[in-house]
Ligand binder design. Structure first.
Ligand SMILES: [Zn+2]
Length: 515
C-alpha cells in the first residue's frame, strides 16, 4: 500500500526544533523520511500491519545531532591508539605504552594521542630514551593534544630520518635530539607517517569513528580530511562512506581548487591553518600574549596567498572554510572574504570561519555584515582549557578574556553559528558542547539551551546547505533522531553533559541502542 508507514515513535517528548519549537508526542517514518508528526492518537492512526512501533516511554527525542567540525579519520586512528588523557606523569605514559606494547606485534607502529605536558608532573614531553625503556621492538609516536608536537622513541625517530637542520627538533645540551619534534619540523613527520597506516587499517578507523559518533547521538558529521596530515583521505572517505551508517559531509583540506572540482565537491577547506592555537602561543593576536613581552603568535600564510586562494575558490562557486583562532588570523580571512565578495558578489555563499575563538567585537559585526558563518567549538572551553579559565586568563589577561568564545554576542549579531567538536582535539559529544554553551565560565558569553541545541541541529544543517533535509523534525525531512534518557530543557544546565543517549536513528533505522 502506498501510504504504509514503516516506523512510528510514540509516547515521547519530541522537541522538533521547528520554527515554533513545537513539542509533539509522536512521529511517523516512511521511506527513511518523516511522513507525519503529531499527537499519539493522530500518528497511531497511521499504523498498518507492517509498521514497527517504538514506545519512547516518555523519553526525550531531538533531531539527530550534527557535528560540523570533525577530523573523522584521525578520530578513528586515535581511537585505535593509546589514549593518554589520563596520564599525570611520564611514568603513567610509560605504563599505558607498556600495556599497548603487550598486545601489539613486534615491528608494528604504536601511536598515542592527547599527550598534554601541562597535565604531567614533569611539565614536559617524554624523551626518546624514556620510551625506549618500555619498547625498542616497536615504532612509537605519541601525539600532543594539539597535533603540533610528537614524542618518538629511537626506532621511530631514526625511521623519520629528519634533516638535522630544520627547526622544531628539540635537543639536549650536547645537541643530540631528545625525540621531541614540534612545528615546523612536525610537517615532515606527518608526511613520513602517511603511508604507515594501510588501507585495511584506514577502513577500520572510519568504521570505529562512525560508530563512536552514532553512540553520541550524532547522525551527520562534517569530516575535514586530507591536507598535510593525511593527503588523499578526502577521496578515501568519499569512496568508503557508504560502508558506514553515519552521514558524512566531506570538506577537503586542500588549497588546490581544480583538484577539489575534480573530486566533484561543492566545498573546499576546513582546518587549513591561518594561525595556530592559543595554548601554544601560535594563535595570531593583535597584542602580545599576556605572559610574554612581544609574542603575538603566528600567521601561517601571507596576505597575498590567502587572498588569492579565497578569491579563486569563491569565483569557482565553492563554499570555503578556514581555521582562524586569534584576531589577527580572523582579520586576514575576513578581509579576504570581504574583498572576494566585493569583486564577485554572491548571495548565500555561506563561507565559514572555523573556531573563531578570540575575535574583536568589531570582527563580529564584520562577519555578520559579510554573512560569513561560524563553526565554533564549545567542547574546547572546559576540555582543553579547564573550568577555571586559569590558563586563558594567563594568556589573554583579565580584560581581553571577555572576548573568548563569545557565543551570546555572535548570536546577538544574527550570525549563523554551528557547533563542532574538532574531534579528536576534543571528544565528539554534542551534549557536552550544549552543556558548556549554557554554563560558559564567562557569564556574559552564555546562551540558552534552545540556542545551544540549535547549534548542533538546525544551524548545523544550514552550515552545509542541508536545512531542507536535516536539522529539525518536520514532514519531508530525513528521519534522523536521537533518543535521550533526560530532557535537556528540564534539568539543571550543568547536568546536561550527563544525559545519556538511549538510541540513535538514521533514516528510520535504529543504528545504535544502549545496552
Ligand atoms: Zn580542526
Amino acid at each position: 500500500m502506498q501510504n504504509e508507514v514503516d516506523l512510528i515513535l510514540f509516547n515521547g517528548v519530541i522537541h522538533t526544533i521547528d520554527e515554533k519549537n513545537s513539542i509533539v508526542d509522536a512521529v511517523a517514518v516512511k521511506d527513511s523520511k518523516i511522513s507525519a508528526v503529531g499527537t499519539n492518537e493522530e500518528i497511531k492512526r497511521l499504523k498498518t500491519e507492517k509498521t514497527k512501533l517504538f514506545d519512547l516511554e516518555g523519553k526525550t527525542v531531538l533531531p539527530g545531532f550534527i557535528d560540523t567540525h570533525t577530523h573523522l579519520m584521525f578520530t578513528g586512528k586515535s581511537l585505535m591508539g593509546i589514549d593518554l588523557t589520563s596520564a599525570k606523569s611520564i611514568q603513567d605514559i610509560k605504563d599505558l605504552l607498556k600495556e599497548k606494547a603487550k598486545d601489539t606485534p613486534k615491528g608494528d607502529w604504536i601511536f598515542g594521542f592527547f599527550m598534554n605536558e601541562f597535565e604531567l608532573e614533569e611539565k614536559r614531553e617524554p624523551y626518546k630514551e624514556e620510551l625506549d625503556e618500555v619498547t625498542s621492538d616497536h615504532y612509537v609516536v605519541l601525539y600532543h593534544t594539539s597535533l603540533h608536537c610528537v614524542s618518538a622513541n629511537t626506532r621511530a625517530f631514526e625511521f623519520l630520518n629528519l634533516s638535522p637542520n630544520i627547526d622544531g627538533i628539540d635537543k639536549y645540551k650536547d645537541s643530540t635530539p631528545t625525540g621531541v619534534i614540534r612545528d615546523p619540523a612536525i610537517t615532515e613527520v606527518h608526511k613520513k607517517l602517511v603511508d604507515i597506516v594501510d588501507e585495511q587499517k584506514k577502513i577500520q578507523a572510519l568504521k570505529i569513528a562512525s560508530e563512536h559518533a552514532l553512540k553520541k547521538g550524532i547522525t551527520t558529521v562534517h569530516a575535514l580530511e586530507d591536507g598535510d596530515l593525511a593527503p588523499g583521505e578526502a577521496k578515501f572517505v568519499m569512496d568508503h562512506q557508504n560502508n558506514v551508517k553515519l552521514r558524512i559531509i566531506i570538506f577537503p583540506q586542500i588549497m588546490n581548487v581544480k583538484e577539489v572540482q575534480e573530486l566533484g565537491l561543492p566545498r573546499i577547506g576546513g582546518c587549513i591553518l591561518a594561525d595556530g592555537a592559543l595554548e601554544n602561543h601560535t594563535a595570531a593576536l593583535f597584542e602580545p600574549y599576556s605572559d610574554t613581552i612581544d609574542d603575538r603568535g603566528t600567521l601561517y600564510y601571507s596576505k597575498d596567498i590567502m587572498e588569492r586562494f579565497i578569491l579563486e575558490a569563491h569565483k569557482a562557486g565553492l563554499q570555503i572554510a578556514f581555521h582562524a583562532i586569534g584576531e589577527r588570523a580572523i582579520d586576514q580571512i575576513l578581509t579576504a572574504y570581504e574583498k572576494a565578495l566585493q569583486k564577485y558578489p554572491r548571495e548565500d555563499h555561506r563561507h565559514r570561519i572555523e573556531h573563531f575563538e578570540f575575535p574583536t567585537w568589531n570582527q563580529i559585526d564584520r562577519a555578520a555584515k559579510a554573512k560569513v558563518i561560524l563553526t565554533m567549538n564549545p567542547g574546547f572551553i572546559v576540555h582543553s582549557y579547564g573550568p577555571d579559565m586559569k590558563l586563558m586568563t594567563k594568556l589573554l589577561g583579565k580584560t581581553r578574556i571577555k572576548r573568548f568564545h563569545p557565543y551570546k554576542q555572535v548570536l546577538d549579531a544574527n550570525i549563523l553559528v554551528s557547533g563542532g567538536s574538532d574531534s579528536p582535539c576534543s571528544p565528539m559529544d554534542p551534549l557536552g558542547g550544549i552543556c558548556y554553551l549554557v554554563i560558559h565560565p564567562i557569564k556574559d558569553n552564555r546562551i540558552n539551551v534552545l540556542d545551544a541545541v540549535k547549534m548542533f541541529t538546525i544551524n548545523a544543517a544550514k552550515t552545509a546547505f542541508e536545512e531542507k533535509e536535516k536539522g529539525s523534525i518536520e514532514v519531508g525531512k530525513l528521519a534522523d533522531f536521537v533518543v535521550l534518557d533526560k530532557d535537556p530543557f528540564k534539568i539543571k544546565p550543568e547536568e546536561i553533559i550527563n544525559v545519556q543517549v538511549l538510541a540513535t536513528i538514521v533514516g528510520g533505522e535504529i543504528v545504535y541502542s544502549k545496552g
